[in-house]
Design a protein around this ligand. Structure first.
Ligand SMILES: C[S@@+](CC[C@H](N)C(=O)[O-])C[C@H]1O[C@@H](n2cnc3c(N)ncnc32)[C@H](O)[C@@H]1O
Length: 420
């Protein structure tokens, strides 16, 4: 595939800024919006479907959906963040007039600190049984359990008998507790907040996880006839798809219409995923398609990924998001699968220093890993490293200085060498 073809597959009709994507979603990842748009449209929708995107942000998912749905669909995006709504109204509605955005004044410490309404008392501005699809992507991960309860009850009220809810969430259960305690999760979630757990007790709405049994109980009481849950890999548990970071719930009143998005998320092992295509296209753009620069980026991202992974194994998280002080935003699933936590070169004295790795050291490591049983695992590790590398570059480009956070809240500045 040539670069132009690849770039065409990464759709760019309306382009948010990197700063905006980083502020709302922790980095540039159009493939994630496409992933969710695929799930949202994986069950048939009426041509004139009425859709609510609650907590729509600047319309990331709306843009991916608009390319898939016809002009008779009526989409409404609601969000408390004034900047996000203003951007969506100015940049999306002119292209897709059936996609409308409205601000709600619900209070959210990170997104709308002066809001006047409590989420737990918010009534969705729609009649009973009037919507075919309600979705909340990366929203219940930012609200307390009373608000989750209200939003699920309100969704059950406004959905038609054949309508569907699709929402992401972080769910706690005993397996997740063990993974988090072993440091395998993306978050530590050490602080209790009612029945839920949070990353940051001062700003609990930055990252919130809720007990699985309570959420399922609420859904049952709200009247959903069937709920399916798909595990994301945020907790360190494997997921069906690399893009399933958060857990996913799909529910409705008619059990027939509620199916797991397996058919959608399972790809033939040898196919390149949309994420891999998008990553490849961004590296081509970054390196101007120059072979030497391309290799340079791959070497740099591999060395960076290994260092970040070892720092994490030693209790230091490479942190890129000012708003999420305990989250790396990086993924190390493939490196775990390669068993590279146990195999390391002799590190330099400071555990928080960047350990340079030349080609010979890298090859020696891979040979010692010994567990490289299939080409796919190795390929996944390269893609994972490249995705991590692009995230670090995006963060640095919007002025975020990477730091290492330790379990006690300590912070150490870290010097990451330039890639070129
Ligand atoms: C991580 S962003 C996700 C935005 C969008 N759903 C997406 O996937 O691109 C979280 C969004 O939830 C919104 N939000 C936060 N608290 C909310 C609440 N109580 N009710 C509705 N939306 C809320 C924020 O304003 C923000 O736009």
């Amino acid at each position: 595939m040539i670069a132009a073809e690849l770039e065409e597959r990464v759709e760019t009709r309306v382009q948010p800024t990197v700063a905006q994507e980083t502020r709302f979603n922790g980095g540039v990842a159009p493939q994630v919006a496409n992933h969710y748009a695929g799930i949202l449209t994986s069950s048939e929708l009426p041509e004139n479907a009425r859709i609510l995107d609650l907590g729509c942000g600047f319309g990331r998912i709306a843009m991916a959906l608009a390319r898939r749905l016809g002009p008779d669909v009526a989409y409404t995006g609601l969000d408390p963040n004034a900047d996000g709504i203003a951007w969506a109204q100015q940049n999306i509605t002119p292209h897709y007039p059936n996609f409308r955005f409205r601000r709600i004044d619900v209070k959210s410490k990170p997104y709308n600190p002066d809001g006047t309404e409590d989420g737990a008392r918010f009534r969705f501005p729609f009649d009973d049984a009037s919507l075919d699809l309600v979705f909340m992507i990366s929203v219940l991960t930012h609200v307390d359990l009373p608000t989750v309860e209200t939003y699920l009850r309100e969704t059950a009220r406004v959905l038609t008998p054949s309508g569907r809810l699709v929402t992401t969430i972080f769910l706690l259960d005993t397996d997740v507790d063990q993974l988090l305690a072993a440091g395998r999760g993306h978050f530590a979630l050490k602080y209790q907040n009612g029945e839920s757990r949070v990353e940051n007790p001062v700003n609990p709405e930055l990252v919130i996880a809720h007990p699985r049994h309570r959420v399922l109980e609420i859904m049952d009481q709200a009247g959903f006839a069937k709920t399916v849950a798909v595990n994301g890999h945020w907790s360190g548990r494997p997921s069906a798809q690399p893009m399933d970071f958060q857990d996913l719930l799909i529910a409705g009143h008619d059990p027939e219409t509620i199916i797991a998005p397996d058919g959608h998320s399972l790809l033939p092992a040898e196919a390149m995923t949309t994420e891999q295509v998008a990553t490849y296209a961004r590296i081509i753009a970054l390196t101007g398609g120059d072979e030497a620069r391309f290799s340079q980026f791959i070497r740099w991202s591999n060395a960076l990924a290994l260092n970040a992974f070892w720092w994490q194994c030693d209790g230091f998280r490479l942190c890129l998001q000012e708003a999420y002080p305990r989250s790396t935003g990086l993924s190390f699933e493939a490196l775990h699968r390669l068993g590279l936590e146990k195999i390391r070169p002799n590190r330099c004295s400071a555990r928080t220093a960047f350990h340079p790795l030349d080609d010979a050291a890298m090859i020696a490591l891979l040979i010692r890993a010994g567990r490289i049983s299939s080409r796919n695992i190795l390929f996944d590790a390269f893609v994972e490293a490249a995705v991590n590398g692009l995230r670090v570059l995006d963060a640095i480009n919007v002025g975020i200085a990477p730091v290492l956070n330790d379990a006690d809240g300590g912070e150490t500045a870290v010097e990451i060498p330039a890639w070129a």
